[in-house]
Design a protein around this ligand. Structure first.
Ligand code: HGY
Ligand code: MN
Ligand code: MN
Ligand code: MN
Length: 410
């Protein structure tokens, strides 16, 4: 039995509160394999090692911390989340699940009422590039693990500086040729439970600290490239312009109009990149990235097709051309109903859906999967305004420990 760990979730999060702060955007910018995210993974490895867990990084860059009595790993109960962030993200999206997993493991080790099946293997997993903020594909690590992305496509993904995921993977000490499906790793997992800050106000409105997830909204990402004619801002008359920025701006407004007509649809252009991007330069090209979500996948596809048509029209009106390419698509995910209901009963917690994607959503097709949400008083996420009260963070770790203990004796 390890000595009682003084760690609390909020205490652990305070240890990393200065890592990857973003003075320009506010909040945190911790892209995968950046110095900040690497520092966070090293912090996790130290925390896990201090707890006597066997830590290893697999060929997809997923960090696993094992409690494997007698070296047995099959039938494992696994929890975990991610440590990378969106640009200017909050302190909890990802790290709350990782810190809660460490504290839940402490409680499983220390508390007889939570001891579970002592000989049952359990692990904490930390997935890389969950946000897709650097290489454009969300849940890249769990998609590679599950065979949900072609490894050659993953290797060739590039960041804003033109670095490939293969280059960055190699620099992180991994063999890019090793990236790809890992059926043995999946086969070892009996159940995966991810704890995550709620990205919405469901628990605030219910005045409850914890929820069990029912589903994840289907969502996808598309890149629209608008080509025009770059030129001098001063010597080009207005009548002589083919300005892709104007076409792109019209399209952004059109996206809002089209999505607002579809009940429960969400469509966002959160990123727009003019090339070359000079104040006194008419852009030659503008790239914008589209995020579209809806519970019904066919409705998502229909709305995306309308937006594609609108892109062609907005471009043509400005003498430009446009093309749209799909970057990633995740169907709506319904979590295991029996597990959902068992956990909701055991935790006396409400069941809520989420509009945010998660690694659990990728694993769900391969292993029995559940998610727990912890109340976020602001309901805001992907923003420095994201928040979790200390007491709710502890309640989350307790709920996770109870959930894991119940699964360990399943
Ligand atoms: O974009 C999402 O829904 C998730 O936070 N990666
Ligand atoms: Mn997240
Ligand atoms: Mn996120
Ligand atoms: Mn997520």
């Amino acid at each position: 039995m390890t000595a009682a760990s003084p760690d609390t979730v909020s205490g652990l999060l305070r240890e990393i509160a200065d890592v990857g702060t973003d003075p320009v955007r506010g909040g945190y910018s911790r892209p995968v394999h950046s110095s900040a995210e690497t520092e966070l993974r090293e912090w996790f490895v130290a925390q896990a090692s201090r707890r006597g867990l066997d830590v290893e990084t697999d060929r997809n860059g997923i960090v696993w911390a094992w409690h494997a009595p007698g070296g047995r790993r099959d039938g494992a109960i696994v929890t975990g989340s991610h440590l990378d962030s969106v640009p200017g993200g909050g302190a909890y999206d990802g790290p709350l699940g990782v810190a809660s997993a460490l504290v839940a493991f402490d409680r499983l080790a220390e508390r007889a009422d939570l001891h579970g099946a002592a000989d049952r293997p359990r692990a904490i997993a930390v997935f890389p590039e969950e946000e897709g903020s650097r290489f454009g594909v969300a849940c890249l690590g769990s998609r590679l693990l599950a065979g949900a992305i072609d490894p050659d496509r993953a290797r060739a993904l590039t960041d804003a500086d033109g670095e490939t995921f293969a280059d960055v993977t190699a620099r992180a000490g991994l063999d890019p040729a090793g990236l790809g499906p890992d059926p043995d790793a999946l086969a070892r997992i009996d159940t995966f439970v991810e704890l995550h800050v709620e990205q919405g106000r469901g628990l605030v409105d219910l005045d409850r600290p914890i929820a069990v997830a029912s589903s994840i909204l289907g969502h996808g990402r598309w890149r629209v490239s608008v080509e025009g004619e770059g030129n001098h801002a001063g010597s080009t008359l207005m009548a002589d312009r083919r300005d892709p920025m104007v076409a792109a701006a019209r399209l952004v407004v059109r996206v809002r109009e089209l999505a607002s007509r579809v009940p429960d649809a969400r469509a966002t252009v959160g990123r727009l990149l003019p090339t070359p991007g000079g104040t006194n330069v008419i852009a030659s090209r503008v790239d914008l990235w589209l995020d579209v979500r809806h519970p019904d996948d066919a409705t998502t596809n229909g709305l995306v097709e309308e937006i594609r048509q609108a892109a062609l029209l907005c471009a043509a009106e400005e003498g430009c051309t446009a093309r749209m390419t799909e970057e990633s698509l995740s169907p709506t995910v319904d979590f295991d109903a029996r597990l959902r209901d068992d956990l909701a009963a055991a935790l006396d917690a409400p069941v809520l859906s989420t509009g945010a994607g998660h690694d659990a959503g990728v694993l769900k097709d391969h292993v029995r999967t559940a998610m727990l949400f912890v109340r976020n008083p602001t309901g805001v996420s992907h923003s420095p305004a994201e928040d979790v009260e200390d007491a709710d963070a502890e309640a989350g770790a307790e709920a996770l420990a109870v959930a894991l203990a119940s699964l360990l004796v399943d």
